[in-house]
Design a protein around this ligand. Structure first.
Ligand code: NAD
Length: 359
């Protein structure tokens, strides 16, 4: 097949890790006979330096004209001034909003050979293979009013959590569709004992569950969910939740797998086009030093193949190549343990690319 994959490396190690993911995608294209092109665009701090804005219109046009977007990371101390009018993260938020990417998928899978990298006991984390679906364009982060003002008792501020049934319905459906190809279980997370939006969320999630009778949908309060994720993480399959709850729970869940350098993500909307990026940031002190772990970005590229291009066999091949590379004992610094071989970013990319095989 032919596909255009927009590559937005961004800042810091974003540049290092996206190069390795493109290397792996090129090997996939060669192995399976596809023609992928990789036009590149600016986002984040580098875009601010060159154009004065975190997401120049050319980058947005490029993304709109592409089948999928692979992004590295944005930000760094150079652009950290809180008084600055333009900030690198604005580029990411604008991209998600402009492309209508309402479902953020974060798989957390613990590779057996990395079990010691987790901060939890091996018997608790063994077998963890879950995916959190976070609602990304509504909820507390977007509701209006959101403002600060002077009231009778001094400074006051307000944020608003708001959802429509349509917003809840579509993201819970994404979770059910994902579960269908997995262990067929969805945990819908809310705070329905306190919040009206959560009562609507649970009502709509229950209706979506009725339309997906092959999927078991359970409901958990968000505080209980935070506890259960640490107590019995291996029992979860797909979790779906509100924007803010999802932001917090995804960071908690990411720790189950050990390193930030291992975890991919996808942001999806109504069409096939999605945005794929590692969950980590730009780790400025490691930038350009050939030390960052590229696996999160390579696994993001596997998600890109699966969800935007519909190439499941190719996605499986990338995931299997990552597994084999780890099984063969190669590690970047962040996942290193005694008896393993330390490699750099480029070497890890080479090792994974060399293990891509057609099944
Ligand atoms: P970070 O994720 O960049 O780094 C956190 C820690 O994890 C650091 O010790 C780093 O060295 C390590 N790490 C992260 N990715 C790694 C990888 N691939 N391989 C090996 N080690 C890795 O988070 P931070 O330090 O809080 O933020 C740095 C910058 O990144 C900030 O400017 C922040 O705003 C930005 N940021 C961007 C995104 C994004 O682009 N999506 C996300 C988070 C933070």
């Amino acid at each position: 097949m032919q596909a255009t994959i927009a590559v937005l490396p961004g800042d810091g190690i974003g540049v290092d890790v996206t190069a390795e993911a493109v290397k792996v995608l090129k090997t996939v294209a060669e192995t399976y006979g596809h023609q992928f092109s990789y036009p590149s665009g600016l986002v984040g701090g580098v875009a601010i330096d060159e154009t004065g804005t975190a997401l120049p219109p050319e980058s947005l046009d490029l993304c709109r004209a592409s089948d999928a977007i692979l992004l590295g990371a944005v930000g760094g101390p150079k652009w950290d001034d809180p008084r600055a009018a333009v900030r690198p993260e604005q580029g990411l938020l604008a991209l998600r909003k402009e492309l209508g990417l309402y479902a953020n998928l974060r798989p957390v899978k613990l590779y057996d050979c990395l079990i010691d990298a987790s901060t939890l006991k091996p018997e608790i984390v063994r077998g963890v293979d879950l995916i959190v679906v976070r609602e990304l364009t509504g909820g507390l982060y977007f509701g209006q009013p959101s403002k600060r003002f002077d009231g009778p008792n001094g400074r006051e501020a307000v944020d608003t959590m708001a959802y429509s049934e349509r917003e809840v319905e579509r993201v819970v459906q994404v979770a059910c569709d994902l579960a269908r190809n997995r262990r067929k279980k969805v945990t819908s997370v809310d705070k329905q004992n306190v919040l009206s939006t959560s009562r609507l969320w649970r009502e709509v999630a229950t209706e979506v569950a009725q339309r997906n009778p092959d999927i078991t949908v359970e409901h958990l309060l968000v505080d209980n969910c935070a506890m259960q994720l640490i107590k019995r993480p291996a029992e979860f399959d797909v979790l779906v939740t509100e924007n803010t709850f999802g932001d917090i729970l995804t960071d908690e869940a990411s720790m189950l797998a050990g390193s930030m350098g291992m975890l991919p993500s996808a942001s999806l909307g109504a069409g096939k086009r999605g945005l794929y990026e590692p969950i980590h940031g730009s780790a400025p002190r490691h930038a350009g030093k050939n030390v960052a772990n590229p696996i999160a970005t390579i696994l993001s590229a596997a998600m890109l193949l699966r969800y935007s291009l519909g190439l499941s066999a190719e996605a499986d091949a990338v995931e299997a190549a990552v597994q084999r590379t780890l099984d063969d004992g190669y590690r970047t610094y962040d996942i290193q343990s005694p008896g393993t071989t330390l490699v750099g970013t480029r070497e890890m990319g080479d090792l994974i690319a060399a293990r891509i095989a057609r099944s």
